[in-house]
Design a protein around this ligand. Structure first.
Ligand code: ZN
Length: 208
């Protein structure tokens, strides 16, 4: 068991480390070039990042405890400046772990999407998620409202509801007798004629 004192020491050390974290925005001056290149395996084509990776496959490199994309650091080192705000470092080679500066270029998110569509990287047709994982598409009986009807606010549970299920049944019964107009029913129950019509034609309260 960890003593209280050791725990507080650890906490203080962690706080210290957190304070040392640089703010994203001025990382270029903080990069340890030798450390960065020691993690790169250079080949004739792509230069591959050999250390840790993000789940997306992009190389992960810490700059003063701040996790960053390795290819962004590579771009900053080769251009000796920060990446302009809001811009992305994109791959010409479509290889996420690649950090070869010749394969990297600056662009916007829109450029990235257009590039992705032009090169056919987007999932469509047989590769689309609805075909590859049909079980995770929530439709029909697999829809969340069917699986967990209690989570679906409807009828009386909706916040701006004026009527209740009993009253709705009552209104429908009265309407069937044919002796009372929708406008009169509306006046009686404090709703509009349109609301009465909607519930009679089952555009609303259709589940009752
Ligand atoms: Zn490459």
């Amino acid at each position: 068991m960890v003593s209280k004192f050791a725990a507080s020491c650890k906490y203080r050390m962690l706080r210290k480390a957190m304070n040392k974290r640089i703010k994203p925005g001025d990382p270029y001056s903080e990069i340890d070039h030798d450390h960065f290149w020691s993690k790169v395996h250079k080949t004739d084509g792509c230069w591959l990042w050999t250390a840790g990776k993000f789940s997306t496959g992009y190389g992960q490199c810490h700059v003063r405890l701040w996790p960053m994309y390795a290819h962004r650091i590579s771009w900053m080192i080769s251009n000796q400046r920060n990446i302009p705000y809001g811009l992305f470092v994109l791959h010409r080679c479509d290889n996420p772990p690649c950090v070869n500066p010749d394969h990297l270029f600056l662009g916007t998110q829109l450029d990235n999407r257009r590039d992705s569509v032009a090169k056919g990287r987007t999932a469509k047709g047989e590769r689309h998620g609805t075909r590859t994982k049909p079980e995770s598409v929530h439709r029909g009986d697999n829809h969340i409202f069917r699986l967990h009807p209690e989570r679906h606010a409807r009828g009386q549970n909706t916040p701006r509801c004026k009527l209740t299920e009993t009253i709705v049944r009552e209104i429908r019964c009265k309407h069937e007798t044919g002796t009372i107009s929708c406008a009169q029913l509306g006046r009686d129950y404090g709703v509009t004629k349109q609301s009465i019509l909607a519930l009679i034609h089952r555009r609303t309260w259709s589940y009752i």
